[in-house]
Design a protein around this ligand. Structure first.
Ligand code: LLP
Length: 418
């Protein structure tokens, strides 16, 4: 469910006409519905109410301060993976004890910053990382909470780039190694191991792999000499992009709560996509229609630098006209919807059946609220697009479109070249 709907054949975000926003901010831009964000957060919260979970929104999906703040105000924590995300997280006025920090390559500086910020804990992904955290904690004279990220070696059906819980993946620590660590905790006098973490992948539409992973974690938990207070079950809940029929939050909760309850731990979830994915769209304008010998191309003003998911994962996003044709049997074309970037891999959709559209028309790329802006770049020296949030019947620019000046920010020309 989301708040992007047609009224009289015009696309609205909540009570705001999308075309009017485009007229005001120009294209392309990301557009988020505040109500959808909050609603998705509440759905998970409600589904897991019986265990009073801490739901840490995964900032990598969408780290815009207004987006994160909207969720933090609802009681969300934040799942971070870098010093930059910590910096941004702290700007949302979050209680730092609701921040969890994952990632396999934390630097000494990042670790120090997070310890100083007094976050809830680090999700630790290797022995040398643990040693480094212990060392930094010692230097700062603090005892630091950590949770061990386990690699449960569970296969999931999703894009191979977003599988994270199999033994060939770079994430987490296998059970045998984790047990060895937990049997010699005295080697890390400045750490308190109080949690276990698993994140098996992303865009997972069924609960079965979670159950499989949790069963393994539970049997591991029973064999270790350390009392586990927190179980962080990661994120990964799949959403509808096209034809998927993912589990709903209540069904997911119903499937995994029995095993979680047996573990008697505080539960943390780290959903990103589930909350933000369908809360946002990318609005783009048709620049040209072009016919080659073989194909129709709809050339739009948003490219792979703005939304890389189709190019990178071959992922499907629904693409809809912002103003729908009134005719019952509107003519249609089959076209590749492509951006202006100088790469053949720059496309938003391939062989897509589209209502016949014209130059200057607006299109909405649906399901772009997660891993959209956060994965965007300046490739081809294209300024990053604006982000806009609708709250009820008002829209707010929550990030300005970059300017050409922003493109050279920090660049310097050595005197020899002047
Ligand atoms: N927790 C950890 C440790 C993660 O690595 C991730 C995502 C999440 C939580 C949130 O996962 P979610 O609930 O959003 O599935 N760029 C890809 C997705 C990469 C996910 C990386 N890790 C995409 O656009 O599909």
């Amino acid at each position: 469910m989301h708040d992007f709907r047609y009224k009289n054949n015009e696309l609205y975000c909540e009570s705001q006409d999308v075309r009017e926003i485009a007229r005001s901010v120009g294209t392309p831009f990301y557009l988020y519905s505040h109500n959808t964000l909050v609603d998705h957060f509440r759905k998970i919260e409600k589904a897991f109410k019986s265990v009073d979970p801490l739901i840490c929104f995964s900032m990598k999906a969408n780290s815009n301060t207004a987006v994160c703040r909207a969720l933090v105000r609802e009681g969300a924590g934040l799942d971070i993976v870098s010093g930059g995300e910590l910096y941004k997280a702290l700007r949302t006025d979050i209680n730092p004890k609701k921040i969890v920090y994952a990632g396999i390559g934390k630097t000494r500086r990042e670790i120090e910053e997070a310890i100083r910020a007094d976050i809830l804990f680090f999700n630790v992904e290797s022995l040398p990382e643990m040693a480094l955290i212990d060392d930094v904690a010692d230097m700062l004279g603090k005892t630091v909470n950590i949770s061990i990220r386990l690699n449960p070696d569970v296969a999931v059906k999703t894009h191979r780039y977003v599988v994270t819980g199999t033994s060939e993946s770079k994430f987490g620590i296998d059970f045998a190694a984790a047990r060895r660590i937990l049997e010699r905790t005295e080697a890390f006098p400045n750490l308190r191991i109080n949690g276990l973490h698993v994140h098996i992948g992303s865009q997972i539409t069924r609960s079965r792999p979670y159950i499989r992973a949790l069963k393994r974690v539970y049997s591991f938990m029973k064999k270790i000499p350390v009392k586990i207070e927190y179980l962080n079950i990661g994120g990964g809940l799949g959403i509808v992009y096209g034809k998927e029929r993912p589990q709903t939050a209540p069904r997911f909760a119903k499937a995994i709560l029995p095993i979680i309850k047996r573990m008697r731990v505080k539960v943390i979830l780290e959903p990103g996509r589930f909350i933000a994915g369908n809360s946002g769209i990318l609005v783009t304008k048709v620049l040209y229609l072009k016919e080659s010998l073989q194909k129709n191309f709809v050339i739009v003003d948003a490219g792979m630098n703005d939304l890389v998911r189709p190019s990178f994962y071959n992922s499907y996003h629904n693409i809809q006209p912002v103003v729908r044709c009134l005719q019952k049997r509107a003519p249609y074309i089959i076209a590749d919807i492509v951006g202006p970037i100088c790469e053949s891999g720059d496309f938003l959709a391939k062989g897509r059946r589209m209502p016949l559209i014209g130059q200057g028309d607006l299109l909405a790329v649906m399901g772009a609220g997660a891993y959209g802006y956060t994965m965007s770049s300046n490739y081809n020296s294209r300024p990053r697009v604006a982000e806009v949030m609708v709250i009820k019947n008002r829209f707010h620019v929550i990030r300005e479109r970059e300017s050409y000046r922003d493109l050279i920010k920090g660049e310097a020309v050595p005197r020899e070249l002047r």
